[in-house]
Design a protein around this ligand. Structure first.
Ligand code: PMP
Ligand code: GLN
Length: 383
């Protein structure tokens, strides 16, 4: 393994899912739903397979039906217009979109300012691209993890090439506010930075929180690469269909990298996701409502079990502080948890450069059936 990758080892998600299987534990670690997405969308995939649509290499940028559906979604939902031919790219999940964007846009030595805790593939993709990550840590403040805009500003240097943003934010559940996004946009314009924004949880925002795409802020459309995922929005994480929307020069740069990573993305699923994106608003409302109910079940259960809960405004993750349980090391806690309680969770420390800062935090996923969440909560309470 080369020096760029040596520090990364096996992803925590694979490690913890294997532990869940080996110990027969309830897996609230890796974020994947235990209920598949809509039946009609699965049927659309079967139809595409059967009718021979996408069984051979689809077009590099993605099938036109899907690119058109992605553009229509961005317009309908956010009033953002993208040309399906030049401003939309289909990728093998958001993971490839992130990697391809960084590989395409960074020169070796360029600095990337990223929110910490950061999704684990960000650090690896920055490293693969020869970039340097500069984390800006979200810190607990009145029950949620907040961004300090002065720290963000101070992290930008002459070597900063891009900002890597994620809202709704994994693992903290923070949804950046309009004021925060406006400040990020101002900074990007002032310092002439590119922005890659991972908005895969765009449809999972709760209570009165609102997801606002960074690309919709003044001066941002031309400098922002926005990333979405059918894995998250339609509960098909195994299909690996994601996408990028951006100005033509940025999309063609990302595509230049993508063509040598995967060349194209899986064909039949693209047709099915095109149909999924055209589902009525009620699909998105029901999805959000049911995930919010699960959040409430798990949050209440974790609180009853003695955790301090940071109620997420978005995503399907809840971050907890384990110190009220008399614990301080999330790694040790998560390694012991299957044995102690038959539950698997993720130590947030893996999402930090500053492991010390992340040590007391542990993440639980609530994209699981309600009975599973209740059982997990009961086990944790009895532990
Ligand atoms: N970004 C974030 C913030 C995620 O949480 C995930 C997956 N859980 C991804 C990207 C990757 O998405 P995909 O499965 O579409 O590659
Ligand atoms: N994004 C998911 C999570 O945060 C997992 C995806 C993965 O395993 N790469 O749990």
């Amino acid at each position: 393994l080369n020096r760029r990758l040596a520090e990364f080892g096996t992803t925590i998600f694979a490690e913890m899912s294997a532990l869940a299987v080996a110990t027969g534990s309830i897996n609230l670690g890796q974020g994947f739903p235990d209920t598949d997405g809509p039946e009609e969308v699965r049927e659309a995939a079967v139809r595409a397979l059967r009718d021979g649509r996408g069984n051979q290499y689809p077009p590099g940028p993605g099938v036109p039906e899907l690119r058109t559906a992605i553009a229509a979604h961005q317009r309908r939902r956010y009033g953002l217009s993208y040309d399906p031919d030049t401003e939309v790219l289909v990728t093998a999940g958001a993971t490839e979109a992130i990697a391809a964007a960084l590989l395409a846009l960074l020169e070796p030595g360029d600095e990337v300012v990223a929110l910490e805790p950061y999704y684990d593939s960000y650090a690896a993709s920055i490293a693969l691209a020869g970039g340097r990550r500069v984390p800006v840590t979200l810190r607990p403040h009145e029950g949620s993890f907040r961004l300090d805009l002065d720290e963000l500003r101070a992290a930008v240097t002459d070597r900063t090439r891009l900002l890597l943003i994620n809202t709704p934010h994994n693992p903290t559940g923070t949804v950046l506010t309009r004021a925060e996004l406006a400040a990020i946009a101002e900074l990007a314009v002032e310092r002439d930075l590119l922005v890659v924004t991972d908005e895969v949880y765009e449809h999972l925002v709760f209570d009165d929180a609102e997801h606002l795409p960074l690309a919709s802020f003044p001066g941002m459309r031309e400098r922002t690469v926005t990333i979405g995922s059918a894995g998250k929005t339609f509960s098909f994480t195994g299909w690996k269909v994601g996408w990028v929307t951006a100005a033509p020069a940025l999309v063609s740069a990302v595509r230049a990298a993508k063509q040598f990573l995967t060349y194209v993305s899986s064909g039949p699923f693209q047709y099915a996701v095109a149909e999924a994106l055209a589902l009525p608003e009620s699909y998105y409302d029901d999805f959000r409502r049911s995930m919010q109910e699960r959040r409430d079940i798990l949050s209440a259960g974790l609180t009853a079990a003695g955790f301090k809960v940071f109620e997420p405004a978005g995503t399907y993750f809840v971050t907890t502080d384990i110190r009220p349980l008399g614990e301080k090391d999330g790694f040790a806690f998560c390694r012991a948890l299957p044995e102690r309680a038959g539950v698997v969770a993720i130590p947030n420390a893996v999402f930090y450069d500053d492991r010390e800062a992340g040590a007391p935090f542990v993440r639980f996923a609530f994209c699981k059936r309600e009975d599973v969440l209740r059982e997990a909560a009961e086990r944790l309470r009895a532990m």
